[in-house]
Design a protein around this ligand. Sequence first.
Ligand SMILES: Cc1cc2nc3c(=O)[nH]c(=O)nc-3n(C[C@H](O)[C@H](O)[C@H](O)COP(=O)(O)OP(=O)(O)OC[C@H]3O[C@@H](n4cnc5c(N)ncnc54)[C@H](O)[C@@H]3O)c2cc1C
Length: 476
Amino acid sequence: MMTVTATPPTATPTTFERGTADSLRAQLRGPLFLAGDPAYEDARTVWNGMIDRYPAVVARCLGVADVVTCVNFARTHGLPLSIKGGGHNIAGLAVCDGGLMLDMSLMRGVWTDPSARTARAQAGCLLGDVDRETQLHGLAAVLGFVSNTGVAGLTVGGGFGYLSRRYGWTCDNLLSMDVVTADGRVVRASERENPDLFWALRGGGGNFGVVTSFEYKLYPVGPEIIAGAIAWRVEDAADVLELYRKTQETAPPEFACIAGLRLAPPAPWIAKEIHGKPIVVLFVCHTGDIDAAERALAPIKAFGAPVGDIVQRRPYVSQQSLIDAQQPKGRRYYWKSEYLGGFAPDLFDTATAHAQHIPSPHSAVLLFPLDGALNRLPDDHSAAGNRDAKVVLNVAAAWESSADDAVNIEWSRAAWRDLRRYSTGGVYVNFLTEEEGDERIHAAYGENHRRLVDVKTTWDPTNLFRINKNIAPRSA
Ligand SMILES: Cc1cc2nc3c(=O)[nH]c(=O)nc-3n(C[C@H](O)[C@H](O)[C@H](O)COP(=O)(O)OP(=O)(O)OC[C@H]3O[C@@H](n4cnc5c(N)ncnc54)[C@H](O)[C@@H]3O)c2cc1C
């Protein structure tokens, strides 16, 4: 029998018999790729260019039955099993060495029910797929800020975006999920059906099953809103960030604003003489009434001497993809993150000081708004918890060459070491890097961790789903 060998330069080589692969292929509707196949290389690579893993086989599922087949196959053959939604996880959790990579990227259907204000989205959808369909009806789900990231990883990890101040975590706005369990059953998880699974999958990551579709609540948004980005020289950072703090603390929930400190990219909307120099930038988005939005944004647009301003009337979907191009697939990425309980007095000065030493033109210190609806629910409402978080801090390093790994990683770590004193003690599970293990996973879940272990022990006692920020089951 012929064998194919996946030969990772950094991990144990694995062999996988072609006959075994052929038996799996025969049971699938979607395609399957092995090392040596022309499509294998592209299929195994994920967004973060730091991740270089070699699955024995990549199965691109074309329906729930394919997912069931893959789960049963991985379990009976004792193969590691990874699940790929959009492939954007910073830790590269979509891909494993020597196992079965279950790739959902062909399952991108979205069904909107405008009268019920709900949408069901298949788990291979990118955020932009869902926005595109729901915006036909002037509706939107609570999703993230970058349209080419996956809904699946985002939703099972919690999820936040421009609508979170109004409506909470993405997973707070889930009505149900269809799930393939570790023993290959197809079940629904909702408040009424399998509520323990529903609770855990809303924040607990891919630990409990393969979600094949998500049913989201939708809200009226746009299709046109006032939004965009506005930037100033870093010399103005103290004043701009004070304006940001005041705005954030007083603005209605319709208004969400991300602050970033970085080197100015060579974007046409930023004055040419500023390119490559440090800037402070606000990404603003008002999803309420257009006149109210114009009034709310006027003081920001009039503030100081911006070096670029594209805050204007625009389609909601254009705001949702405004920063897509700045984070392309294949670049090298490393993040350190914390939840903050607010804006401590010297937070901005500390962040600005580290931003002055950014070694790469692609890196940034970012502050995302969370305060509002999610703070009003109890911590155990779902696994996502962290109901005391008001801001997400992310020290996001991005660079091109492996020769520059050390300097960029150390910049991110040094800034984080200094900034983590403002943390609530919690951290967003979806922002944990490859090396962040048990201690950080506990920090991500706090008191909810114990209940997650219970649910894991019920639904996945053998830890089939372990290529994730793992919640280990209790041993029998
Ligand atoms: C550029 C960029 C911008 C981002 N912006 C935001 C943001 O605005 N808001 C936010 O909340 N997060 C954001 N994130 C984080 C993002 O939510 C996570 O990276 C998330 O994991 C991406 O989902 P994915 O489907 O692309 O992940 P993948 O890498 O495909 O999967 C990650 C993990 O999710 C789990 N998973 C995937 N599919 C399934 C499934 N069908 N069933 C069960 N588990 C599954 C698995 O454990 C898998 O290993 C951003 C990430 C990037 C790279």
